[in-house]
Design a protein around this ligand. Sequence first.
Ligand code: FMN
Length: 201
Amino acid sequence: MQRFVTEEMDTTDAYKLLSGLVVPRPIGWIGTRSNGGVNNLAPFSFFNAVAASPPTVIFAPTGQPAARKDTLANVRETEMFSVNIVTHSLGPAMNASSGTYPADVDEFEVAGLAVREAELIDAPMVADAPANFECRLMQIVDIGGAPMGSSVVFGEIVAFHVDETLLDGTRVDQVALDPIGRHAGNMYSRANQLYEMPRPD
Ligand SMILES: Cc1cc2nc3c(=O)[nH]c(=O)nc-3n(C[C@H](O)[C@H](O)[C@H](O)COP(=O)(O)O)c2cc1C
């Protein structure tokens, strides 16, 4: 085993180990709207569900505090955002939305995506995604500093939207959902080799 002591590593190598080993990561495709009314959409794979009551997600813009990420600026301003689930067929649009565009550019337009409005909050959602969450900001926890600090955004899901063809009550058809996961660099996986493993009593 090769051992790496974090204190002796540069941040890029630590990032490479982390993003190559914590895989596959789910992707939170985050929709926000600036106070000036510009829609924004970007993917984050430092993303997960962390509580069920209240239902809570986190995502983390990195490169903080230096990198301007419109998503983080909008969430700080408006305290709301949507999460959109990325399927295999939406992969190219998700990728297109990840480019570094100026704040006045609407990534829904760049990626050719239609908007569906959230109802309890003021944020755009990806109309073609099979599921969207309407989220209100709970808190932002800043971790570390330049060049690779993170601002971890905690959001409470106040409404779920789910394509009814995927649902049996509130059970979601895992095969039909066809989500993708993020691996190191530009690698992705498709969750289409599912198997069951019953838990011990
Ligand atoms: C699959 C994928 C996952 C990403 N995950 C993150 C992430 O967790 N944190 C981050 O800061 N940037 C991440 N990025 C890069 C952002 O999407 C990119 O910086 C984007 O331009 C930010 O947009 P914004 O300025 O509109 O917020 C990811 C990109 C891709 C393609």
